[in-house]
Design a protein around this ligand. Sequence first.
Ligand code: PLP
Length: 384
Amino acid sequence: MKKLIYLDYASTTPIDKRVLNKMSKYLTIKGIFGNPSSSNYLGIKAKNEIENARINIANIIGSLKEEIFFTSSATESINLAIKGIIYNYLTSNKKYVITSILEHKSVLETCNFIKKLGIKIIYIKNLNNGILNLHSLEKKITEKTILVSIMHINNEIGTINDIKTIGKICKKKNIFFHVDATQSVGKYSLNLKKMNINLLSFSAHKFYGPKGIGVLYIKKNKSKINLIPLLHGGGQEKGLRSGTLATHQIIGMSKALSIANDEIKKEKKRIKVLKKKLWNGIKNISGIYLNGNFKNSSPYIINLGFKNVFNKILMIEMKNIIVSSSSACNTNKYNISHVLQALGLTKNLIQSSIRISFGRFTTEEEINFVIKYLNNSIKRIRKS
Ligand code: PLP
């Protein structure tokens, strides 16, 4: 098999052609390229299209359209959610934010930043299987806690946190709850009306939409959430996120989410079969480790360690089979995965681990090929 086998969908996905086609109608002189803040004909048309996209996205995630705020990415949404709340409390005696050591760097680095402003961060540990320890979370919440920020699905090991129960705990204790849902929107059905989540972040490029567009969901309820904006300017998005709205990106995200949502259950079932097939085909390779757990994890992600096989060498050996040595961000700045470290893996085993993530274009034929390839290449590397 000569063609590329892409198995890094948790890092990013290719744009669906139907999405690209739709987006192209909002870019050129013949399209609806006007500034959505302008009151001319083209601007009004663009604004209407954006509002339709907002309604569509809201319907899919079970929110109100007034609760959807467009940003440039999940990273920006996360920054706005956490800093936006915290900036209200800098002179208050409420000083605590609770998060987990397994979060994505966009949460952890935002927490590192607000630490310098005097906010104290409490990191909840995970159980051995990579799931957050809810008992420990509940015990750590006090009257000085402002916010809890926990991811739904872990981007490196695929473990699923029980955000429904965490939401209930936060509601009972009257604490804001932010969810990083970057790895779940478009793959898991969410009904935010039924969940006690105050803020939720995601990016379109994880579900075959364009890069450079994200959403921050902000629950509208009696205990109004007052966020301090990060960007000041033209006052778009009710003053929370200034900057000309990117019509084509928003339309693309909405279309991509509709496509993903139409097939959500069927696709999850299909991917589950492929993940199981892969694991069954390689689990007898000597010195193989499954990082995290199989039972309570997303079918879209599997993280594997191969004793005494350096992952960078394995990835070179795998050539046109595209996988990841860790999350995309970790590979740039951090040498070692903080997630695998938190699971208690040794440095050697962390450097022998790869993440395989499945998606819309993954086929059974590709998985069969990867099974054969891994069985042979691990032996070959160990011999050399
Ligand atoms: N949160 C999680 C769980 C992620 O997987 C990612 C990206 O990989 C992000 C946040 C950041 O997303 P983006 O780079 O689109 O801002």
